[in-house]
Design a protein around this ligand. Structure first.
Ligand SMILES: *[C@@H]1O[C@H](CO)[C@@H](O)[C@H](O)[C@H]1NC(C)=O
Length: 355
């Protein structure tokens, strides 16, 4: 049998169920995940660890904060397979102390979902360089895009960006010559073991028989991405040369309108819904009034074409399929039906006088 030079060690023999032997290529990576304390939207590190371990990679999570603390997202780390090593790093900006907690281990790839500035990323990037990593995947944010005013098309990776701390951290690892990839998720992420619930706004109103205020036409498109899909996309870059030197929007390719989201929520709750469109600039705002609609007033959604083209990414989830789960687990089970709610702000937005 001919093995490609240099790949001799990357084949191993697997017993098939019938006991026959076949030779399978393996791309075992030893991945360090540097994870922010999150708990809000999207526990990407949690799903990433599950994903990488299930395909045979070794995973160490260097987690911000002292834990596991009582936050749901943190407790979830206890459910990870026992071979995932979770190191609670405390303050990750004390990089020397945190790197020392790795006890001299070396890694073949880094996924960084923590650094927020060039100063913060530099010591981890320096360590990664010394390890000779094949990939430094940095999960930043789609919040850095600055599309032209009035341009409501899908935002691609070539869109102009503002020089946020995360953008400067992206530039830093490029300057340092690391095999970088940038992953830019928009904030609308859902999934188990997370605190933030974007759709509670809709369920609160639907389950109380209240009209659901939606700004403008309600036809604004958005991506609702399951955190496991964000993680699958990042995992597809680990050990993958095609990912190197590229930025990727990290979202599902499937789009949904605000009105359709409200209808999905109503369907899951088994209720009728009344959608009330309002003009976000067209009502008298009392001083300091800021209405808490969970999405932007104008459309903001990204294109995920590049990740499907270069990384072969396709999502395993969709909000339409997951909405019943969302309603029962993220809303009802968390006491959504028992919350005391005050809809005075809705009355202001809708120009109605409270009853
Ligand atoms: C990490 O992931 C979250 C989504 O869970 C994202 O919003 C955040 O900006 C990411 N990056 C950093 C550097 O914290």
């Amino acid at each position: 049998m001919l093995l490609f030079p240099g790949f001799a060690n990357s084949f191993h023999v697997v017993a098939t169920p019938r006991g026959a032997l076949r030779v399978a290529p393996v791309t075992m990576a030893d991945v360090l995940v540097i994870q922010n304390k999150g708990g809000g939207h999207g526990e990407i590190g949690f799903h990433l660890a599950q994903h990488l371990v299930s395909r045979g990679d070794a995973v160490t999570i260097l987690h911000e904060g002292d834990g596991p603390n009582p936050k749901e997202a943190h407790r979830a780390y206890g459910e990870l397979p026992s071979d995932v090593k979770v190191i609670w790093g405390g303050d990750l900006s004390e990089a020397a102390a945190c790197l020392a907690k790795l006890e001299g281990a070396s890694f073949s790839a880094v996924v960084d979902n923590w650094s927020k500035s060039p100063e913060a990323i530099a010591p981890y990037a320096t360590a990664a360089k010394a390890w000779g990593v094949s990939n430094y995947a940095y999960v930043s944010s789609a919040g850095m895009y600055t599309p032209d005013k009035g341009d409501y098309g899908a935002v691609g990776e070539e869109c102009a960006v503002k020089s946020s701390g995360q953008r400067q951290a992206e530039e830093k690892i490029a300057e340092m010559g690391l095999p970088f990839s940038y992953f830019r998720p928009p904030q609308y992420i859902y999934g188990p073991a997370q605190g933030k619930s974007y759709l509670a706004f809709f369920f609160d109103r639907i389950t109380r028989g209240r009209p659901v205020p939606v700004p403008n036409g309600g036809d604004q498109l958005v991506t609702m991405t399951h955190a496991a899909d964000n993680a699958a996309m990042v995992a597809a870059a680990v050990g993958n040369e095609a990912a190197v030197g590229e930025a990727f929007n990290c979202a599902t390719p499937s789009l949904v309108t605000y009105d359709d989201l409200v209808r999905l929520c109503a369907g899951a709750a088994g209720k009728e819904c009344e959608i009330a469109h309002y003009d976000p600039a067209g009502f008298d705002k009392p001083d300091g009034f800021k209405y808490k609609f969970p999405f932007r007033d104008t459309p903001f959604y990204v294109s995920a074409d590049k990740a499907s083209r270069l990384l072969g990414f396709s999502p395993a989830h969709s909000i339409a399929d997951d909405i019943s789960w969302y309603y029962s687990e993220q809303y009802v089970a968390k006491g959504g039906l028992d919350k005391e709610l005050d809809f005075a702000e809705d009355d202001v937005v809708l120009g109605r006088v409270p009853a």
